[in-house]
Design a protein. Structure first.
Lengths: 116, 116
């Protein structure tokens, strides 16, 4: 089945630094990927839609300059949290959608970001 | 706009009890998909079921069953004879295929605790 690899699984960074999270589709081409953020005891909130070769579409309230999304190839989307602050500490998870007969989503395993 | 409501934030049952998790959705699209996912403490999302808007047949998979009723815009999930291993957060989600570019929107989640 389809597999999405997300790295790193967890990361601790200092306040003010940037962190990059990678999401790779291993055995299929992902033209569209989604990035979610999940705070403890809360739901998955969609941050942005990432389309290969074009600019990401951000959801209302998500800072484009803070959460940089790049989808340069059909198998890789990256999320960079710039100038991270403690309030950015969260669980980030990516997902690739397949618009095929077997319509569905494949999720990465998530990245737990802690900003100290 | 698409919306998913899981009114039950937390449910606690004793092992072997049956439990139903409610899910109500809103959509203006006639073509959509509904999903249920399980999220154990490790954080990864485990796919349970997908149902498209044209298929109202109920589904049973082992101890799990789903009741899809378009008339009430509900897609409820029942676990029969619950087990401790069923303890997790369960999310219902909705995808409008054509109007929202495949965005998957999650409900608030229901945390199920099954006690021995």
């Amino acid at each position: 089945g389809a597999v999405v690899s997300q790295h790193p699984s967890w990361v601790i960074c200092k306040s003010g630094t940037s962190v990059k999270i990678e999401c790779r589709s291993l055995d299929f081409q992902a033209t569209t990927m989604f990035w979610y953020r999940q705070f403890p005891k809360q739901s998955l909130m969609l941050m942005a839609t990432s389309n290969e070769g074009s600019k990401a579409t951000y959801e209302q309230g998500v800072e484009k300059d803070k959460f940089l999304i790049n989808h340069a190839s059909l198998t890789l989307s990256t999320l960079t949290v710039t100038s991270a602050h403690p309030e950015d500490s969260s669980f980030y998870i990516c997902s690739a959608v397949q618009f095929t007969e077997d319509y569905g989503y494949t999720f990465g395993s998530g990245t737990r970001l802690t900003v100290v | 706009a698409q919306k998913v409501t899981q009114a039950q934030t937390e449910i606690s049952v004793v092992e072997k009890e049956d439990v139903t998790l409610d899910c109500v959705y809103e959509t203006r699209d006639t073509t959509y998909y509904l999903f249920w996912y399980k999220q154990p403490p490790s954080g990864e999302l485990v796919f349970l079921i997908r149902r498209n808007s044209f298929d109202e047949q109920n589904e049973i998979s082992g101890r799990y069953s789903w009741n899809f009723q378009k008339s009430t815009s509900s897609f409820n999930f029942t676990i029969t004879a619950s087990q401790v291993v069923d303890s997790a957060v369960y999310f219902c989600a909705l995808s409008e295929v054509y109007n929202q570019g495949g965005k998957l929107i999650f409900g608030q989640g229901t945390e199920l605790s099954v006690k021995p």
